[in-house]
Design a binder for this molecule. Structure first.
Ligand SMILES: CC(C)(COP(=O)(O)OP(=O)(O)OC[C@H]1O[C@@H](n2cnc3c(N)ncnc32)[C@H](O)[C@@H]1OP(=O)(O)O)[C@@H](O)C(=O)NCCC(=O)NCCS
Length: 171
């Protein structure tokens, strides 16, 4: 039987549960990259990415009233160094960036391979379309086969950038 998954916008009440998922993601990364130490991003999630009114748009996937995954993206200025360091906030409703960037997707391990990431992506694509962005893009490392599979299945065009791909969907 298909899993009953609801996709909705992140709300403040989800904070602690999403931070649990971030810890899960970080312990997975630590197992994957054994020769490096990754400084935790928990405080950045709390103070920046998940802060209400900031540029980040976060969707969550809910199964049996439990948040089991999230996807985060933002309107991109097209310059990754500026995007990474600064948060832009439109002050005119008429202004919209051509690109919407998909920053990160995470689905808790027991819930994987049941289409949850695909559903999160479909929803964010629809959101970006409604906002008036011209394209959605992501940069994905070549080792991340599941994520490449999800995005490719949604008809993103793939560009080889050496160790990673840039995947673009025109809206
Ligand atoms: C990437 C991730 C978000 C996918 O979530 P998910 O809900 O399992 O994704 P879906 O079920 O929608 O689709 C997964 C696809 O990858 C495939 N897949 C899974 N593991 C695979 C592997 N090791 N090799 C090849 N394909 C694989 C699945 O078969 C499925 O494809 P299908 O729909 O054609 O069968 C999840 O694996 C995850 O959170 N990974 C860790 C964090 C991460 O790497 N995030 C992305 C970087 S920003």
């Amino acid at each position: 039987m298909d899993l009953d998954v609801k996709i909705r916008e992140y709300q403040e009440k989800d904070l602690e549960r999403v931070l649990e998922l971030v810890r899960e993601l970080e312990s997975e990364l630590a197992k994957k990259f054994k020769d490096i130490q990754i400084k935790s991003g928990i405080e950045d999630y709390r103070d920046r990415y998940l802060k209400m009114g900031n540029k980040y748009k976060t969707l969550v996937a809910v199964v049996d009233n439990k948040v089991v995954g999230y996807l985060m993206g933002y309107p991109s200025l097209g310059a990754p160094e500026v995007d990474n360091m600064y948060d832009i906030l439109p002050v005119s409703p008429k202004w919209i960036t051509p690109e919407f960037f998909l920053q990160i997707t995470f689905v808790s391990k027991p819930y994987r391979n049941q289409g949850i990431s695909t559903k999160l992506h479909k929803e964010i694509i629809e959101y970006a379309r409604q906002q008036g962005h011209k394209e959605v893009y992501a940069c994905i490392a070549k080792w991340n086969t599941p994520e490449i599979k999800v995005i490719s299945s949604l008809k993103f065009k793939l560009k080889d950038l050496g160790y990673r791909y840039r995947l673009t969907l025109k809206l």
